[in-house]
Ligand binder design. Structure first.
Ligand code: BGC
Length: 295
């Protein structure tokens, strides 16, 4: 049977239908109704669900269930989003409420875990037994494949590699702690620091660095230094076979990956480093991974 996946982000809610071969056969998105409350989010999800089914002429009866990826910690067994700071969800019983609205069973997953599952099934992590996916966007998310399975935390809370502390008493993170990796290695860091010299997006900073702009190059080098320290720590912790880097910043390709690989090789404990590659399941990895968890 087919499965339905949602990827709820702070800007857009994207969703689609996954067929029996794990292919996304139809998708669409709507704006995340920021600041309008949880009911508005549920209404937006329900509207998107119905319009995707109607446009694809697929009956609700052909949908086995619904998976939902959210940018935060979830308790999958209880169907609760514990904290998704960028969505304003705190102890939100999302699975039950959405299940009532859609008349389907609903399962929750962290957005980066969903992307990791998609990478493992159809993307850059296919064939690995122990591997890591790190997504670099507004925030930093990540997922771990351990012994061929997505590792969802020892106590069921999931994993939050974006909130490993990189600097004591560093810049304040949205989670309330100072110095998280997210503050130093996300696209948001490039945007914030780039603003100071008129390059307010990560893309602007990267393009300017490529063109040899001194300020952009200095910022980019500092960014790679931070990012390298972060990835080297992950390598030391897990000794993974491969690390996939996804999210908007990974679009910089070898301009980012080449110096990053060198930096990680310098800092990691082992004689050799794991492969570091760009994620390949694309922007829809969250929707696909959400669909994949439907049991
Ligand atoms: C959240 C993670 C999420 C990541 C990417 C972080 O701020 O804590 O749960 O995976 O952003 O959206």
């Amino acid at each position: 049977m087919m499965r339905f996946g949602f990827d709820i982000g702070g800007t857009n809610i994207a969703a689609g239908i996954i067929d029996e071969n794990n292919r996304l056969i139809v998708k669409d998105s709507v704006k995340f109704p920021r600041g309008e409350g949880n009911e508005a989010v549920i209404a937006a999800c329900a509207g998107l669900y119905r319009s995707i089914l109607a446009n694809a002429a697929i009956s609700e009866n052909d949908i086995k269930g619904v998976g939902v990826a959210v940018p935060g910690s979830v308790l999958p067994q209880k169907g609760i989003v514990v904290d998704a700071h960028n969505l304003g969800f705190h102890h939100t019983p999302l699975a039950a409420v959405l299940s009532d609205a859609l008349h389907k069973p609903v399962e929750l997953i962290n957005d980066a875990d969903a992307a990791t599952l998609a990478e493992q099934k159809i993307g850059s992590l296919v064939g690995t037994s122990t591997s890591v996916m790190i997504t670099i966007g507004t925030g930093i998310g990540g997922g771990l494949i351990v012994n061929g399975e997505l590792f969802r935390g020892g106590r069921g809370n999931g994993t939050e590699p974006g909130h490993m502390v990189l600097r004591n008493d560093g810049r304040l993170c949205t989670c309330g702690v100072k110095g998280c990796a997210e503050v130093y290695c996300s696209a948001t860091r490039l945007c914030k620091d780039g603003e100071a010299f008129g390059k307010p997006t990560a893309k602007d900073v990267i393009e300017a660095a490529k063109a040899g702009n001194e300020q952009a190059l200095a910022l980019f080098r500092e960014y790679v230094d931070d990012f390298g320290s972060y990835i080297a720590s992950i390598v030391n912790l897990l000794d993974p076979e491969r690390i996939a880097i996804g999210g908007g910043v990974s679009g910089a390709g070898s301009f980012l990956l080449d110096p990053l690989r060198e930096d990680v090789a310098r800092k990691c404990f082992f004689e050799t480093c794991p492969e570091i590659v760009v994620a390949s399941a694309g922007n829809d990895a969250g929707i696909i991974g959400a669909g994949l968890i439907v049991s």
